[in-house]
Design a protein around this ligand. Structure first.
Ligand code: AP5
Ligand code: MG
Length: 191
């Protein structure tokens, strides 16, 4: 099994690229944001509790996403590995993920960090708001808060992973296809 983190601020293209990469490398794409939105859409108790946190652009509690990921890791078959998108988002989530993988004789093989200018992030999310129906895309102040939360709570994971020798910055500006080719170039070394 080979496991990748696709990392970067909101709007950096994690979801867009993950769909393509998962197909190419037979990886299971695990997006905690998508899982949480599915809970909201299904009207579950968990979804109801999480939706106000998400619409403000704050992070949901670590335990909630760690439990979701643990379930998926233990109930997935026939794949070459996992592609984690939007998880981990705190150092505590990173430590929990490492433990989950280590306990199952796996590890995080590489972390691909999409580097995108601030103005481009905002431009992409504002444009998506029209189509996505995501409440966290509708309000520019919430978009800015998501970027701030990324900087304060999520970005420290980079230093943590870099120490462990798993950090690969990737230019995230340009066309979707060009970025995909760049990511594939880095991932092919591991599969
Ligand atoms: P999540 O769903 O993870 O959202 P996010 O991090 O805010 O990121 P996005 O999904 O908005 O961006 P993306 O990087 O996937 O970009 P995309 O490919 O869509 O999280 C949502 C919320 O859930 C969080 O705020 C939090 O509340 C909660 N949550 C989730 N996980 C959590 C966790 N682990 N812990 C705690 N809380 C958690 O692209 C964006 C747009 O740009 C699209 O329209 C796309 O078509 C377009 N685009 C992509 N690439 C390009 C390109 N190259 N050129 C032009 N446009 C492009
Ligand atoms: Mg996404």
């Amino acid at each position: 099994m080979v496991n990748f983190l696709i990392f970067g601020p909101p709007g950096s293209g994690k979801g867009t690229q993950s769909v393509k990469l998962a197909e190419k490398f037979n990886l299971l794409h695990l997006s905690t944001g998508d899982m949480l939105r599915a809970e909201i859409a299904a009207g579950t108790e968990l979804g109801k509790k999480m939706s106000s946190i998400m619409s403000k652009g704050e992070l949901v509690p670590d335990e909630v996403v760690i439990e979701m990921i643990a379930y998926k890791i233990d109930h997935s078959k026939g794949i070459a590995g996992f592609l984690f998108d939007g998880f981990p988002r705190t150092v505590a989530q990173t430590i929990a993920l490492e433990k989950m993988l280590n306990d199952r004789k796996m590890k995080i093989d590489n972390m691909l960090v999409l580097d995108v200018d601030h103005d481009e992030l905002v431009k992409r999310l504002v444009a998506r708001a029209e189509l996505s129906g995501r409440p966290d895309d509708k309000d520019p102040a919430v978009i800015e808060n998501r970027i701030d939360v990324y900087k304060s709570k999520t970005e420290p994971i980079i230093a943590y992973c870099r120490e462990k020798g798993i950090y690969q910055p990737v230019k995230g500006m340009g066309t979707i296809d060009d970025i995909f080719e760049r990511l594939c170039g880095f991932m092919e070394k591991f599969v």
